[in-house]
Design a protein around this ligand. Structure first.
Ligand code: 13P
Length: 281
């Protein structure tokens, strides 16, 4: 069933595990993730970046693919369809109107007051329609060392202010994680994470979930992280298998066989990830 993330994340926060957010890129990706999570009987959040929305054809196409697969594959678990890093009120509205059950508004590069203003506008539109909203404080960077990202880490007072003035449903504080592969080791600010968790009643989100050592993922969950975003890990294992398949099977040209050659790797990675996250219903 397509749902917003409130129930799944509040349960995760209370019981100290994390719900996976897996980014989707196409029909097959979505199908593999839904099938595996359904098999494991765990809730899942399908994250779609604006780039992926454009690639797949648009908001309606994405929403219809997800709804169609839920029905045709008889998916019984809770599925949240979530816009990842929405960059404007307009894009969040487009996603909501097309049938997404959740959005992230990422105005984190703007000064706090402006971040709050845009986030509040998104919340007003979303909450009237029972859609959940995630927002970012500080700024999560791309492919830089965790040490360098410290400059843009979230401050406790900023998180409190943004929550109190917008009443978002989940918060993604930048605390040292980065998108893509890490240069050096992930250096997360667990102390700040814990302070934010204690100060706010809403779940915390960890972006850049690929490539963080297992112990640090567990520690992050114990510090209040209830949703962990994973993209690069699935892309990496899939592309590795597809490359191998194409090298070994020089005569194959059926795209279905080529794309499917990475299915097992994606599904195995999902198993690993959700075991580490301790994901339950
Ligand atoms: P990774 O690509 O590092 O797993 O990050 C995914 C993410 O945070 C999407 O919002």
């Amino acid at each position: 069933m397509l749902v917003n993330f409130n129930d799944m994340l509040l349960k995760a926060k209370e019981n100290k595990y994390a719900v996976p957010h897996f980014n989707i890129n196409n029909l097959e990706w979505t199908k593999f993730i839904l099938e595996e999570c359904n098999e494991l009987n765990i809730p899942v959040i399908l994250g779609v970046s604006e780039g992926a929305v454009k690639y797949m054809g648009g908001y309606n196409t994405v929403a219809n693919i997800v709804k169609g697969l839920i029905e045709d594959l008889n998916i019984r678990i809770d599925v949240c369809l979530h816009l990842d890093h929405g960059s404007s009120l307009e894009n969040c509205i487009n996603a909501i109107d097309a049938g997404f059950s959740s959005v992230m508004i990422d105005a984190s590069k703007l000064p706090l007051e402006e971040n709050i203003k845009i986030t509040k506008q998104v919340v007003d539109y979303a909450h009237e329609r029972n859609i959940t909203v995630e927002a970012e404080v500080g700024h999560i960077e791309e492919n830089i060392s965790s040490e360098d990202s410290r400059e843009t880490n979230a401050k406790l007072e900023e998180c409190i202010k943004l929550y109190e003035e917008t009443k978002i449903d989940a918060i993604a504080p930048a605390l040292g994680s980065v998108h893509g592969f890490y240069k050096g080791e992930a250096n997360l600010d667990f102390e700040r994470m814990k302070q934010i968790d204690e100060a706010l009643p809403i779940p915390l989100v960890l972006h850049g979930g690929s490539g963080i050592p297992e112990e640090k993922i567990k520690q992050a969950i114990s510090c209040g992280i209830s949703k962990i975003n994973v993209n690069t890990d699935l892309q990496y294992v899939w592309s590795k298998e597809v490359r191998k398949f194409l090298e070994e099977q020089k005569d194959v040209y059926d795209p279905r066989k080529i794309i499917k050659s990475g299915e097992k790797a994606i599904k195995e990675k999902i198993d690993q990830v959700v075991t580490l996250f301790g994901t339950r219903i």
